[in-house]
Every structure is written in structure tokens, then in C-alpha cells.
Design a protein around this ligand. Structure first.
Ligand code: FNR
Length: 382
């Protein structure tokens, strides 16, 4: 299977599965507990039907929109995700460059494998930095200051990882940072020589935005769960969020809000946007899908704050449904991570080409020429 044989995000997922050792693939693909929420995040879109209008004169259409004060060519953001150079040696650089070519916002994780400064100087497309609040207050302050100095356009504070979700695929495979070659996974590494050679011979794996390497914090390779549970601040609360909003001073987003009450509090602390998200089902299994929560949240706070629907998006029509429900934009992680793992920057560009085509085709078939024309009249619950 080649990149040109990939006609949707599902195809790119299969290509990623072939290229990656299974512990790495399962880290991307997997989620918490029974992975019910992960599946529901996508299935939720299928529970709502589109009702198109016809004869709308759709020769010229405009897919652009404004997200957090910046123009975006599509109503789609690339969510921040960790460890991208483990998936493909081009890592965050590939994602940033692809986002720039398509005129999109993208996010960089606190657990990124390139520096804040390098990413900021690499591309001019709008970018956000995702902050995990560490117990070490000095580390939080230093990341905020570095993002400000580097000119990041927004900060997203992730609020749904107060403890690590129970990711059983990772527990089984023994996936750690840096990856450890456990005996049970050895065959999988050995039969993926391209990945293994890239991994061993390209630059040394690091998490350069944390003052210490993850493993140096604990003295050895650690699982993401162990990292969250030892390094992150479990005492984080609304005062912490308000303080970080203040310290940062720029455009601010809370990532991982699911309830109306929390959405209202996000407005109170002066957030500019919320990402309605359950971390792609990787945290609280049994949590509702972001798309299912969207209408309630938009109705409560949509006039005061931007509402971004994050998770489960695999099709252009999923983006259109989120927009019709009232979201400012949709956002996703795996939709570009499978593609990155499959073929680096070319893969991410393939994923974005497919999604862009699907959004454009979907708009024409829905009879709309701009995304503002999408509204709830065009949706029906099954
Ligand atoms: C994530 N996500 C994430 N979120 C975050 O705030 N910081 C992070 O470091 C990461 N890392 C990460 C790694 C991987 C492999 C995945 C799949 C996800 C969550 C991410 O930002 C987003 O919320 C989800 O990916 C949305 O779900 P979908 O689009 O993957 O279904």
C-alpha cells in the first residue's frame, strides 16, 4: 500500500500500522480502558444526519473562517500531540510545514520533540502551545516565557489529564519514553527496519521543552502514565488556570472542557476559547463524545467564547456537522498522526488534501458557499 492508495484517514491508519512497531502504533491508536469513548467520539457524528439544500449556485465557495482572531483556510485545527519524532523522524517539523501549506492552526505539545523556538521560527502559520501544568512551577513559568518570547499565537491549557487515563494497550506493550525495546515487542521492531533505522540514526530523541528529559526526572525510561502521575500537578484547580491565563497574557484556550458548568467558568477566567474534548478517549472512558456535548455548550457560552470541537474527526462531513452544530472549528489529533507515521510531511499533506476535498465537496453537496451558512436546520438527530 502506497500513499497514493490512501483515499481516506482510515487508509492512512492502515499504512501507519504497517510502518510502525506495534507499541508505537498502539500508543497513537489506543485509548483508555475499553476504548468506548474513543469509538463514540467518531460514532457520535454518525448519529446526526445532514439535510442538504440544492440548486444553491455553489461554483465559488469559501472554506475559510476566523479562529482565535486568526484567519484559517479551513475550519479545522491540528491538535497538539506528544512525541511526534517517535512516529516519524520529521515529527513536529513536518506537521508545522504541512499546516502552513494548508493555512491552518496547529498545536505543539509540552511533550514535543522539537523546541518551542525552532517551531516558532520555522513557520508563520498560527500556532498554539499546549501546556501541561507541572509540579515544578519554575518549569511552567519558563515554558510560558519561552512561548511569549518566541511569538506563539495562543496557549492551550490541558485540563483533562489530572491523572493519567488507564491506557491498557500501552501497559501491555510496555511503551515508554524513550521507547524501550521490550522482548515481547522485539520482533515488531525488527520487522520495521525503516522505522528502526530512522529512530536509531536520526537525531537523539529528546523532550527539549522540559528542562530535563522525562527519563532524567525519574532516572529511567518511563511510561506516559508514570510521567503524568509523578510530574504533573494533581492539585491544579480553577485558581491555577486563572493564574496561568494571567501570566500568559495572550490568547488563551482551555483544552478538555466537557460540561456546561466548566464552560461557564472558562468564560469567567477570561479564556478566549475552549476545546470541547475528552483527549481522544485517552483519559476518562465512558465520557461523552465532544460532538454530543457541543450543542449544550454552544447554547450556554457560544456568544461569549469560541467553542472548538476536538476529537473523533475522520471525515470532512464530521467537520461540517460540528460547524452546523455551532462550533467555531473542529480539531483532531489522529487524523494527521496516522498520516505523519505513514509518510512524514507528505503523509500529513495527503491527509489534509483528502480532508480539504471532503470539506469542499460536502459544502457543495450541502448547498452552502461559506461555512457561516451551516446551521442546525441542516442537522437531524437519528
Ligand atoms: C494526544 N493528545 C494530547 N493532548 C494534549 O493536550 N497534549 C498532548 O501531549 C497530547 N498528546 C497526544 C498524543 C497522541 C498520540 C494522541 C492520539 C492524542 C490529545 C489530542 O490533542 C486530541 O485531543 C485528540 O487527539 C483528539 O482526538 P482524535 O482527533 O485523535 O480522535
Amino acid at each position: 500500500m502506497r500513499l497514493s492508495d490512501c483515499h481516506n484517514i482510515g487508509d492512512l491508519r492502515l499504512l501507519a500500522k504497517r510502518r510502525l512497531p506495534w507499541p508505537v502504533f498502539d500508543y497513537i491508536d489506543g485509548a483508555a480502558d475499553d476504548e468506548i469513548t474513543r469509538a463514540r467520539n467518531t460514532a457520535a457524528f454518525d448519529e446526526v444526519d445532514l439535510v442538504p439544500n440544492v440548486l444553491a449556485g455553489v461554483a465559488e465557495i469559501d472554506t475559510s473562517c476566523t479562529i482565535m482572531g486568526r484567519r484559517s483556510a479551513l475550519p479545522l485545527m491540528l491538535s497538539p500531540t506528544a512525541l511526534q519524532r517517535v512516529f516519524h523522524w520529521q515529527g513536529e517539523r513536518a506537521v508545522a510545514r504541512a499546516a502552513e501549506r494548508f493555512g491552518l492552526w496547529f498545536g505543539i505539545s509540552s511533550l514535543a520533540t522539537v523546541t518551542i523556538e525552532e517551531i516558532a521560527s520555522l513557520v508563520s502559520t498560527p500556532k498554539l502551545f499546549q501546556l501541561y501544568v507541572h509540579k515544578d512551577a519554575g518549569l511552567n513559568a519558563s515554558m510560558i516565557a519561552r512561548c511569549r518570547a518566541a511569538g506563539f499565537d495562543a496557549m492551550a491549557l490541558t485540563v483533562d489529564t489530572i491523572v493519567a487515563g488507564k491506557r491498557e494497550r500501552c501497559a501491555r506493550s510496555g511503551f515508554t519514553t524513550p521507547p524501550r525495546f521490550t522482548p515481547s515487542a522485539l520482533w515488531s521492531y525488527a520487522t520495521r527496519p525503516r522505522w528502526a533505522l530512522d529512530y536509531v540514526f536520526r537525531e537523539k530523541f529528546r523532550l527539549p521543552n522540559l528542562d530535563t528529559h522525562v527519563s532524567e526526572g525519574t532516572g529511567r525510561a518511563v511510561s506516559i502514565a508514570e510521567y503524568f502521575n509523578t510530574m504533573l500537578d494533581t492539585a491544579m484547580d480553577w485558581d491555577t488556570a486563572a493564574r496561568i491565563r494571567q501570566d500568559w497574557g495572550g490568547t488563551f484556550c482551555l483544552k478538555g472542557v466537557m460540561s456546561v458548568a466548566d464552560a461557564r467558568r472558562a468564560v469567567e477566567i477570561g479564556a478566549d476559547a475552549i476545546m470541547v474534548s475528552n483527549h481522544g478517549g485517552r483519559q476518562l472512558d465512558g465520557s461523552r463524545a465532544p460532538f454530543d456535548q457541543l450543542a449544550e455548550i454552544v447554547d450556554a457560552v457560544g456568544g461569549e467564547i469560541e467553542v472548538i470541537c476536538d476529537g473523533g474527526v475522520r471525515r470532512g462531513t464530521h467537520v461540517l456537522k460540528a460547524l452546523a452544530q455551532g462550533a467555531t472549528a473542529a480539531s483532531g489529533g489522529r487524523l494527521y498522526l496516522y498520516a505523519l507515521a505513514a509518510a512524514g510531511q507528505a503523509g500529513v499533506e495527503r491527509a489534509l488534501t483528502l480532508l480539504k476535498d471532503e470539506i469542499e465537496r460536502g459544502m457543495r453537496l450541502m448547498g452552502v458557499t461559506s461555512i457561516e451558512q451551516l446551521d442546525r436546520e441542516m442537522l437531524r438527530q437519528r
